[in-house]
Design a protein around this ligand. Structure first.
Ligand code: UD1
Ligand code: CA
Length: 430
């Protein structure tokens, strides 16, 4: 489909009460503007974002992830408002879809519905019991006549329940002609994009209302809206994954980043978080475990396991209270209470309870390399950098601070001393 998209994101977002630009607040692991960009790029190869407040920060964030986006700086001092935002924007295709950057829940299907048909303008409308805050839409004989902003409404218009959801698909020629004609003779002294509707109607053009789902078009303006949008996005993500074959116990207690991917029949128990760009294959993640930016294949984690960024687990068992960071484990068992950081551990190795990789000396991080079939006894410390070759046994309580060669036993142990009858001397005879 040849359609251009303009995403309006120049507004200040004051109600968000944040130092972070509104559109960079994240929903399911991705800034809300990125959700809008993703939807836009599914239908268009010509996407322009209009910026003003914190423009550089937003532009940098977008450019770090997307290569083919155009930016337009609004002259918001001279031309405030949604119409002002469109001044000087030029698009390539015959039709231009105008979106808001704070509508992360919008889907490709709805955008397509807005672009369909041959009316000069399609605009999104919703019926709301409480229309407060929105522009009211005047519809006659199934055609839109006018949009009146709340602050400009007559008492009678205020009662209208059909409101402008803020998205329009407009014949580009008309847009180019109408935008320069906008004025700011209204209660807010702003240039209203919505005034193009009346201009079109006055010329006998057709403005068609497209009724859309409120859920997708509710703008995110506050942190309350943000939390609500997050809930909806989570429901969608989990719904799709369960249909794909992922088993979820009490899904409402599970959190999954929109970038996470799953293969095979994975099981997620209650309270699990799958964060970042994690990839799980045939994995079983047990109660209250966290997996972040890691790959977990044919492995089980938890309950209460923590897999931190950069880890790769294959055919591995990670038990309770085990933390793994930036480590590769293949065919490993680490059943209880361990910290494995900056390590690589090979097949058949067992990590006992209380084992710690001492990977940090206060200045730098170092690697621990453990070969095949290594048995690391409980409560051992592996002081990195250190290499333990294949078929090694580390005795319980050993501090390994030099490399251990293939087939050896490493044991460092303070000899035990016993003092006969000490208990009775200390506490007296019972
Ligand atoms: C606008 C519509 C209103 C509609 C509502 C739906 C106008 C005049 N009114 O309201 O009819 O019901 O959206 O949400 O268009 N923006 C800019 N530059 C600006 C001002 C806003 O880029 O100078 C962007 C914002 O970043 C935001 C979008 O435009 O993404 C909408 O702005 P917002 O202030 O939320 O909309 P309203 O003007 O209140
Ligand atoms: Ca406004």
């Amino acid at each position: 489909m040849s359609i251009s998209v303009v995403i309006l994101a120049a507004g200040q977002g004051t109600r968000m009460k944040s130092q972070t630009p509104k559109v960079l607040h994240e929903i399911s692991g991705k800034p809300m503007l990125f959700h809008a960009i993703d939807a836009a790029q599914q239908i268009s190869d010509d996407v322009t974002i209009v910026l003003y407040h914190q423009a550089e920060r937003i532009r940098q964030a977008v450019e770090a992830h997307y290569g083919n986006i155009m930016f337009h700086m609004q002259d918001a001092q001279q031309f405030p408002g949604t119409g002002g935002a469109m001044k000087g924007v030029h698009t390539r295709h015959d039709r231009t879809l105008i979106l808001n950057g704070d509508m992360p829940l919008i889907t490709k299907g709805s955008l397509e519905a807005l672009c369909a048909g041959d009316a000069d303008i399609n605009m999104s409308v919703i019926e709301l019991d409480n229309p407060s805050g929105y522009g009211r839409v005047v519809i006659k004989d199934g055609e839109v006549q006018e949009i009146v902003e709340q602050k400009d409404c007559t008492p009678q218009q205020l009662a209208f329940k059909t409101v402008n959801a803020g998205i329009y698909a407009v014949n580009t020629d008309l847009l180019e002609r109408y935008i320069p004609q906008l004025d700011n003779n209204n209660a807010q002294k702003e240039y209203y994009l919505t005034d193009i509707i009346k201009m079109a109607v006055d010329e006998g053009r057709h403005v068609h209302p497209v009724y859309v789902a409120e859920e997708e078009f509710k703008g995110v303006n506050s942190k309350l809206d943000l939390a609500h949008a997050e809930e909806i996005m989570q429901r969608r993500i989990k719904h799709a994954l369960m249909m794909q074959g992922v088993i979820m116990r009490l899904p409402e207690t599970i959190y999954i980043d929109c970038r996470a991917t799953f293969e095979g029949e994975c099981i997620l128990e209650n309270g699990v978080s799958i964060l970042g760009e994690s990839h799980l294959v045939q994995a079983h993640i047990k109660t209250n475990s966290v997996v972040e930016d890691s790959i977990v294949e044919y492995s089980d984690v938890g309950p209460m396991g923590r897999i931190r960024p950069g880890s790769v687990l294959k055919h591995t068992h990670i038990g309770n209270f085990v933390e793994v960071k930036k480590s590769s484990l293949t065919g490993v068992k680490a059943g209880h209470l361990a910290y494995i950081g900056d390590a690589s551990i090979d097949e058949g190795s067992n990590i006992g309870a209380g084992v710690i990789t001492c990977n940090y000396d206060g200045k730098q991080k170092y690697k621990t390399v453990i070969g095949k079939n290594v048995f690391v006894g409980s409560d051992s410390q592996l002081v990195a950098p250190v290499t333990i070759e294949d078929d090694v046994m580390i005795a319980a309580g050993t501090t390994v601070n030099k490399d251990v060669e293939k087939g050896a036993l490493a044991i460092s142990r303070t000899p035990i001393r016993t003092v006969k009858d000490f208990f009775y001397k200390f506490f007296g005879d019972k």
